[in-house]
Ligand binder design. Structure first.
Ligand code: FBP
Length: 258
C-alpha cells in the first residue's frame, strides 16, 4: 500500500460514481469531465485516484498513482445488491494501475460471489506485487443499519480476513466506535469512505478528524471534494488534518482562505 501513502497516511480521490449512481445524480457541467478530476487529484496532492477501466483507458495521465476498480454495478436493478467483475487485474496493470479495488456488499444474499471473486483478484494482485483494496459496504435485506458500529467493525474485520491490504468503510459517527473498527481491521489499512456531500465543510472535516483520531490511515473521498465549490481548498483542508495533524478549525481556515 506504500505507493498510495505519504508518511503512512493516504488521501484517495474516488471517481467511479458515474457507473454507481448515474451522471444526473452526482455530476454537473464541471465534474462530469474526468480531466477536471485528474487536475484536482494532481493539484490537490492526492496520494491516489480511483477510476473504472474505461476512464483509466481514455483519460489517465500517469501523474497520480492509479487504483482501478475491478467491479461495479448501476443503481438501476432492485433486489439484493451484487457488483460483478468488469476488469481483470492484468488489464488494470496494463492501464497503469498500482493497485486494484473491489466492492463487496457484505450481508447481501450474493456476498458469496463477491467474496469469492475478491479472493481471486487478491491472489492475482499479490502475485503482481500490487495491493488489493476492498470497498466493504454492508448492504441488503439483512442489514438494518449500514453504519452501526458493530456492522462497520464486522466489515473491517472481514476485510482483514479475506486478505485486503486496505478496507474502505463508512464512518460510524464517532471516533470511539470507529477506533474499534480500526482495531478489528488489524494490519489492513483503513480508509473512510466520503459519502454524499456533507451539509457544511465543518461537518465533513469533523468526520475526517474523528477518523484520523481513531487511528485510520486516511480517506477515500469523491463527492465531498469534486462537488465542492473550491475542490482544491477542500483538498488542502483534508491534507492539513490527515498529514499535518491540524485541528478542524485550523483546517477550516484553509477552505475559507482567499
Ligand atoms: P464518495 O466519497 O463520493 O462517497 O465516494 C466513495 C464511494 O465509495 C465511491 O467509490 C463509490 O462510487 C460510492 O462511494 C458508492 O456509494 P454508494 O454505494 O454508497 O452509493
Amino acid at each position: 500500500m506504500d505507493t498510495f501513502l505519504k508518511s503512512g497516511k493516504g488521501l484517495l480521490l474516488a471517481y467511479d460514481q458515474g457507473l454507481e449512481h448515474g451522471p444526473s445524480t452526482d455530476f454537473n457541467d464541471r465534474n462530469i469531465d474526468p480531466n477536471y478530476i485528474l487536475d484536482i487529484a494532481e493539484k490537490g496532492h492526492f496520494t491516489g485516484v480511483v477510476f473504472q477501466k474505461g476512464i483509466a483507458e481514455k483519460y489517465y495521465n500517469g501523474k497520480v498513482p492509479l487504483i482501478v476498480k475491478l467491479n461495479g454495478k448501476t443503481n438501476l436493478p432492485r433486489g439484493e445488491p451484487i457488483s460483478s467483475q468488469v476488469c481483470s487485474v492484468q488489464e488494470a496493470i496494463s492501464l497503469g494501475a498500482k493497485g486494484v479495488g473491489y466492492t463487496i456488499y457484505l450481508g447481501s444474499a450474493h456476498e458469496n460471489i463477491m467474496l469469492q471473486e475478491f479472493g481471486e483478484i487478491q491472489e492475482e494482485a499479490h502475485e503482481e506485487g500490487i495491493p488489493a483494496i476492498a470497498w466493504i459496504y454492508p448492504r441488503g435485506e439483512a442489514i438494518k443499519n449500514d453504519v452501526a458500529p458493530e456492522i462497520i467493525s464486522y466489515a473491517a474485520r472481514a476485510g482483514l480476513e479475506i486478505g485486503a491490504d486496505a478496507v474502505k468503510i463508512k464512518y460510524t459517527g464517532d471516533p470511539t466506535s470507529f477506533r474499534w473498527a480500526v482495531k478489528a481491521a488489524g494490519l489492513a489499512k483503513v480508509f473512510m469512505s466520503g459519502g454524499p456531500k456533507a451539509p457544511t465543510d465543518e461537518t465533513f472535516l469533523n468526520q475526517v478528524k474523528g477518523v484520523i483520531e481513531a487511528g485510520a490511515t486516511g480517506l477515500a473521498v469523491g463527492r465531498n471534494v469534486w462537488q465542492h465549490a473550491d475542490p482544491l481548498k477542500m483538498s488542502s483542508a483534508l491534507s492539513e488534518i490527515i498529514f499535518n495533524g491540524k485541528d478542524v478549525q485550523q483546517a477550516l481556515g484553509m477552505v475559507v482562505a482567499q
